[in-house]
Design a protein around this ligand. Sequence first.
Ligand SMILES: Cc1cc2nc3c(=O)[nH]c(=O)nc-3n(C[C@H](O)[C@H](O)[C@H](O)COP(=O)(O)OP(=O)(O)OC[C@H]3O[C@@H](n4cnc5c(N)ncnc54)[C@H](O)[C@@H]3O)c2cc1C
Length: 434
Amino acid sequence: MIAIIGAGISGLSLAYFLQKQKIPYLLFEKKENEHSPGGFIQSVREKEYLYELGPNSLLCDDFLLQWLNELELWDEIVEANPSSKNRFIFKNGKYQKLPSSPLSIFWNSFFSWKAKKQIFREPKINSKTFSEETLTQFFERRFGREVVDYVLDPFVSGIYAGNPDELLLQYTFPFLAELEQKHGSIIRGLKKNKLERKKSISFRNGMQTLPKKLAEKVKITYCKGGVQSVFKNINSWEIITAEQNFKAEKIVITTPAYITADILQKIDFFLAENLKKITYAPMIVVHTIFYKNLFKKPVNGFGALHPYKEKLFTLGHLWSSSVFEGRCKENEVLFTSFVGGSRGVEKTLLDDNTLMSKVQKEIREIYQIDSLPILQKITRWQKAIPQYDKFVLPVYERLPKLEQENLYICANWKDGVSIADCIKKAQKLAQQLK
Ligand SMILES: Cc1cc2nc3c(=O)[nH]c(=O)nc-3n(C[C@H](O)[C@H](O)[C@H](O)COP(=O)(O)OP(=O)(O)OC[C@H]3O[C@@H](n4cnc5c(N)ncnc54)[C@H](O)[C@@H]3O)c2cc1C
């Protein structure tokens, strides 16, 4: 018997893959979440509006598309509109389209000539990766400062809501460290290993369609307040909940680091103390809807990211109604804006009205709109995204020892935060547990 703690996308996927291999499992989730499975993945439909409170899309390769088909979700999939390959960055006071192919870097005016020269010189730069190198150190060394400020920085905000000066290359983007090691250059490495084409998708009724479907297919044991702690017996583990204790040979923990700390406190104090130190970036998601006819230019594309250097209020805006169909009425535009991140903690302390007013003011200034929005909605995530910075190191060092005792981690604070990463980690672990 394998006990899985937490029924977010990691736990649900793991239970599904184990079930497929006919391995018995117990999947624990808090009773409070009985009617809304999926952890951070939450979609809310209110009349004609579909709001994603957490993740907005899933980047799918062929394996994931096949898996969604196997889950009978094929007819529910909505693909991102082709125009969403257009991504914008706020640079020198205005939105500029990011070059979408290597050749267009050359003729596009996004980068200065100095930056273009540095990018094309990258294959000639010696590789000298060192452990604990940050993303900024790596990108500055290989591509120069402009790429750090206007490509790396906004993308790290977009994925991790994090600070590239703190995040470690080896854990955040291990494939880049590997490309440098193997090929001596990122550009050369990418030429030799073409990246698999991926599709950005969602579902007709939003991202939560996926965990809801998985929750129908697997069995979840709901318990009040969730799992409290675990104990090791001679040949098995004991899982303690408020109502009942359970036994299992192996345990997989999928909960956030700070909750994992509480669960493991009594069996490994040192690990628990270090788990508590793992940094989480806070994030506030603000949905804002305007009438379409107020915009002088169509809002066509994936959205726009705001580099830290440009000092805007938000980290960026997703143009949700342009990316996916059916998010609001035809004559409206829905923006999903992100506020906070690890360098904007103080902004997340503002009250709802101030936050919403600052977001709509920023949108109105950028898009030159005189009128107020039709409506706004706010969602707060106090601990949204784990940061792969130096604080993860003592925890990662300890994990192999736990595996020897049949306790495994399959959580978003290790080896990738994206939904795709969570599903693939679960699939890999299910194979390992065979
Ligand atoms: C605002 C935001 C936007 C994002 N956007 C994207 C995006 O567009 N695309 C993308 O790919 N990713 C995105 N992500 C990241 C992605 O959503 C998460 O990394 C992923 O959903 C994490 O899933 P998980 O199952 O590992 O963890 P969680 O979702 O945290 O699930 C953990 C589960 O454990 C349960 N639990 C907690 N305590 C206990 C306990 N004691 N006992 C039992 N169960 C317990 C929780 O209730 C929860 O269900 C975003 C994240 C945020 C916050």
